[in-house]
Design a protein around this ligand. Structure first.
Ligand SMILES: Nc1ncnc2c1ncn2[C@@H]1O[C@H](COP(=O)(O)OP(=O)(O)OP(=O)(O)O)[C@@H](O)[C@H]1O
Ligand SMILES: O=C(CO)[C@H](O)[C@H](O)COP(=O)(O)O
Length: 419
């Protein structure tokens, strides 16, 4: 069966393609990309032209449908997103929120050994640690940190980001964090969305220019320390002193090579200590800094675009156990690295995620496909770090924006029901 141009299987159901057992089927991904079905991932392939698949039973037909739905359409190029952040800045939850917007569950690339690559039906998340030049022992010899550009292979990074963006498969190295080795490469097949996350996605100009949208997660040193203590001391048993030493040892290279990348970002999620109460180390003030005039990126705004607003929702509508007013929401216009930016922010905490429906309705251009989608998505991550403060809300908005940007560039729609 050769699908006509624009052929889109309606669902995973076998009714979408007529069956003819024991025959060879030539399956072609639709021009308008059928890569939007929430099917579980089995294997993926890229169809630049029709290929033949022998289908002999219902199971194989389902697999073939999955292959079409997860592939790039003929001529379609992946949309490439960059996420820059230091380690321990909450990328894991954020990445799950982003990939979930494209349907299907996210899982580690099933290569049967250590990998940093996360895949889902439509997305691939590649960790740039895989481009470390030396293994842990090698870095001990050079005396450099992994944040130092000299410890990263930007030529290979560039070649491989470029190849994936052109829809080609790559064999990517793996940096094994468990034992600090550089392992045998893994094969990466391009998906409609590819996210490169890590320390240096915008450091090398050639790599930066391949990014369709650039996000920087900016965690202030005080908050970073508190989070590190939470994870590395409370959950992993490291001493507070060793955590302090580790942060101090990384700081010069972080300041020199990682932090400046935020000036190249299109969108920054900034996490600061709360300003609602003095010496409060628990609550956060989270800002989403959205640069204007970025292709396919329409900033989210509160009530009236362009207005400066401070809003304290009544506790009767948004319960909060945080001190002071509990939760303050704001909007302002700022400059970010010389560019005009629309900023929305949330300081404080909300106790019940479902009450955020009330807040969500006050925002426009959230990237949601139906009223309440932001809240629904936040509820799916209840209990994850940041679920009850601005990180949860603003990470979710950013995730929906990534979906919207993908739709704008690829000129396709991701059905809401796929989520
Ligand atoms: N929004 C948040 N609110 C509070 N704590 C958070 C938040 N996000 C992350 N954390 C804390 O920071 C720790 C690190 O988060 P996470 O593992 O997601 O970071 P990461 O950037 O993926 O780290 P790494 O690169 O080291 O794997 C979490 O275990 C948690 O304690
Ligand atoms: O910054 C990092 C990750 O973003 C790590 O420090 C770097 O990748 C080295 O890893 P390891 O400490 O496991 O050898």
């Amino acid at each position: 069966y050769v699908g006509p141009a624009g052929f889109v299987p309606r669902a995973r159901s076998s009714q979408a393609i007529s069956r003819s057992q024991g025959h060879a089927f030539a399956l072609r991904a639709p021009l308008s990309s059928a890569a939007h079905f929430g099917t579980p991932l089995a294997s993926r392939s890229t169809f630049a032209s029709p290929v033949s698949l022998r289908v002999t039973n219902d199971k194989e037909m389902d697999l073939a449908i999955q292959q079409i739905s997860m592939s790039l359409a003929s001529g379609q190029k992946p949309v490439v997103i960059g996420l820059a952040a230091d380690s321990g800045c909450g990328k894991s939850t954020f990445m799950r929120r982003v990939t979930a917007c494209f349907g299907g569950a996210s899982k580690l690339n099933p290569i049967g050994r250590e990998t940093n690559t996360l895949i889902s039906d439509m997305t691939t998340v590649i960790c740039l640690d895989d481009y470390h030049l030396n293994d842990r022992q090698g870095r001990k010899k050079t005396g450099l940190t992994a944040l130092d550009p000299r410890e990263n292979n930007f030529d290979l990074m560039y070649e491989q980001v470029k190849a994936l963006k052109e829809g080609k498969k790559i064999m990517k190295p793996i940096y094994n964090h468990v034992n600090g080795t550089l392992d045998e490469p893994e094969e990466i097949t391009p998906t409609p969305i590819i996210i490169f996350e890590g320390l240096h996605p915008f450091y090398d100009k050639r790599v930066e220019e391949l990014m369709d949208f650039k996000i920087y997660v900016d965690i202030t040193p005080e908050v970073k320390f508190n989070w590190k203590v939470q994870r590395d001391h409370e959950e992993r048993g490291h001493s507070i002193e060793s955590i302090k030493q580790q942060i101090e040892a990384r700081k010069p290279d972080f300041d020199a090579y990682i932090d400046p990348q935020k000036n190249k970002a299109d969108c920054v999620i900034q996490v600061l200590p709360t300003q609602l109460a003095a010496n409060d180390k628990t609550h956060l003030n989270v800002k989403l800094i959205q640069c204007k005039d970025v292709d396919h990126f329409a900033p989210t705004y509160l009530w009236d675009e362009g207005s400066d607003i401070e809003w304290v929702p009544p506790r009767s509508k948004l319960a909060s156990s945080a001190p002071g007013v509990g939760m303050k929401i704001y909007q302002k216009n700022e400059k970010w690295a010389g560019k005009d930016a629309a900023v929305i922010g949330m300081d404080g905490k909300y106790d019940k995620i479902d009450e955020m429906m009330y807040v969500e309705k006050q925002f426009a251009s959230t990237g949601s496909k139906f009223v309440g989608e932001v809240t629904k998505k936040m509820l799916e991550y209840e209990g994850q770090p940041g679920s009850n403060d601005g990180t949860g809300f603003l990470q979710t908005i950013t995730a929906l924006k990534v979906r919207e940007i993908y739709e704008g560039i690829a000129k396709v729609k991701v059905p809401a029901q796929a989520n």
